[in-house]
Ligand binder design. Structure first.
Ligand SMILES: Cc1ncc(COP(=O)(O)O)c(C=O)c1O
Length: 384
């Protein structure tokens, strides 16, 4: 790999060129893939290179981590086999008796894990209402070690002020971790806003093609936390595999373009259905009527993303039927891919879900927006 050192390049250029990847031996401008799960030593038993064994990490995963590090502006970035594996690794650094604060509406798998942690590991947990301006401050305790926030929050897309959350966490001596899956570094620089850790499910926008699962933790510092996380990942065996890392490098080359187009499409859909006779409300931070719009404008400088929810006037049945009758949107879970997805979120989350029964979550892709609007129109009309 050779990176032009004399130039100060934007993260967009660095992502497109996968850090100006160029194989000096062959001239290949596309990064190669290193699948080896073990790495040899010389006659003195010293390692020939920087790597030991696949479970500890390898060259292709390191390359992907360097690209993410350039995007996030991190001191260290660690890739895992899924977003949940990264989340679990971070929580593994807490000790019994520590206190953890999270929003009550966030990715439901994360909440499921936290409930286990509370019951089995004796970690204190307080959930706060992200729509209450004092919610986070009131949730803090003297023994709070970690504040985890998600912005915008899934699937209501409430916006949490990251800089304000960092001040609250730091004043109590806690770390702030931000789930930035829906607002990747293209639009929100969580570390610059004051977070200590930024998390993304790489399954989503970072990769963008719905063909791998992955998660990343990017850290503001490369001190003891980075070392502990690397150790946890090595012992848990949760590192991202080389082939997935290679796909991820390819996906990130178009991250900026994809995010821009998804954001433009989602805004057009939000504006179209705002005030529509079949729709009670559109939840999208890009709409000026959204309660988090002003904060979103300040902290999401590269677009409001492709995620939005529609609350249907016809209730749960109309929502489920609309999803069922779509022909362009795929009725599938996940988000952040080039193809548009629709789901009845309450059904997907199960009986514990706090999500409104008339809510449809859309992950808007990069298709022709008129096809997407037309599809929703015909499905809503059929659903009555
Ligand atoms: C906001 C958010 N955070 C975390 C996750 C978990 O990531 P993964 O599915 O890659 O484990 C998801 C998955 O849907 C998500 O949407």
């Amino acid at each position: 790999m050779s990176t032009p050192k004399q130039l100060s390049l934007s993260p967009a250029t660095r992502a497109v060129q996968a850090l100006h990847s160029l194989d000096e031996r062959t001239g290949a401008v596309v990064p190669g893939i290193e699948l080896s799960s073990t790495f040899a030593r010389n006659a003195d038993y010293a390692l020939l290179g920087d790597y030991v064994y696949g479970r500890y990490g390898g060259p292709t995963t390191s390359h992907a981590e360097s690209v993410i590090g350039a995007l996030d502006g991190s001191a260290a970035s660690l890739l895992f086999g899924s977003g949940m594996a990264a989340f679990v690794a971070l929580l593994e650094t807490l000790e019994t008796g520590d206190h953890l604060v999270l929003p009550q509406v966030m990715y439901h798998g994360g909440l499921d894990w936290v409930r286990r942690l509370e019951a089995k590991r004796g970690i204190g947990v307080t959930l706060f209402d992200a729509t209450d301006p004092d919610g986070l401050a009131n949730a803090m305790r003297e023994d709070t070690k970690l504040v985890w926030i998600e912005s915008p929050t899934n699937p209501s897309w409430d916006v949490i002020d990251v800089a304000a959350a960092a001040d609250i966490a730091h004043a109590a001596g806690a770390l702030l971790a931000v789930d930035s899956t829906v607002a990747p570094p293209v639009t929100m620089q969580a570390l610059t806003l004051g977070a200590d850790v930024v998390f993304q499910s790489a399954t989503k926008y970072l990769n963008g093609h719905s063909d791998l699962t992955g998660g990343v933790l990017s850290l503001a510092g490369d001190g003891p936390l980075a070392e502990e996380l690397a150790l946890v990942r090595k012992l848990q065996g949760s590192v991202m595999a080389p082939f997935d890392a290679w796909l991820l490098i390819r996906g990130m080359r178009t991250l900026y373009l994809r995010y821009e187009k998804s954001s433009a499409n989602a805004l057009a859909i939000a504006e179209h259905f705002d005030g529509h006779p079949a729709v009670e409300a559109v939840l999208y931070p890009g709409l000026p009527s959204h309660p988090g719009h002003e904060v979103a404008k300040r902290q999401m400088t590269g677009g409001f993303g492709g995620m939005l929810s529609l609350l249907l006037k016809g209730g749960e049945e109309a929502a489920r039927d609309t999803a069922r009758y779509c022909q362009v949107f795929f009725p599938a879970t996940s988000l952040g891919g080039v193809e548009s997805l629709i789901e009845h979120r309450k059904t997907v989350e199960g009986p514990h879900s706090l999500v409104a029964p008339n809510l449809l979550r859309l992950s808007v892709g990069i298709e022709d927006v008129n096809d997407l609007i037309g599809d929703l129109e015909q499905a809503m009309e059929r659903a009555g």
